[in-house]
Design a protein. Structure first.
Length: 135
């Protein structure tokens, strides 16, 4: 969602929103009407959206594919394990490979990683270091 989060979008109702501060989209059910409250970071009150606006916003944020209806929220462990078999096999191979490396190779990798950390931190401003103490 990198670039899409930094743009203004126009919704079917004509509302124009900058969705960079998107937090939540909450359905509001009243007696005869369904609408949504859009919660944006830094705003004291939610923005009320009509159904068409909310559906458009979901598509923009790619949320439709991630929504799981309540009645389908049960996790099927065996199905998930079946889908992950290739990843599990690759992970097991990698673990075995790392268990069998020599002490020399392990020290070389440690030195390489330490060099990597120094290079990364050298490129960052004081106070924004990732690996060394904050300066």
């Amino acid at each position: 969602m990198g670039n899409i989060m930094n743009i203004a979008v126009e919704l079917p109702s004509g509302k124009i929103l900058n969705i960079a501060r998107f937090i939540a989209l909450i359905p509001i059910n009243t007696a005869n009407n369904i609408s949504y409250d859009l919660i944006l970071e830094g705003y004291s009150s939610p923005v009320n959206l009509e159904v068409n606006d909310a559906e458009t916003l979901k598509k923009i944020l790619f949320l439709d594919k991630d929504l799981i209806p309540v009645n389908q929220s049960e996790w099927e462990k065996h199905k998930q394990l079946q889908q992950n078999q290739r990843a599990i096999a690759l992970l097991q191979q990698r673990i075995k490979r790392h268990e069998n490396i020599s002490e020399t190779e392990s020290l070389q990798r440690e030195d390489l990683f330490n060099d990597f950390k120094q290079v990364i931190d050298a490129e960052r401003l004081p106070g924004q270091k990732l690996y060394s103490e904050y300066s």
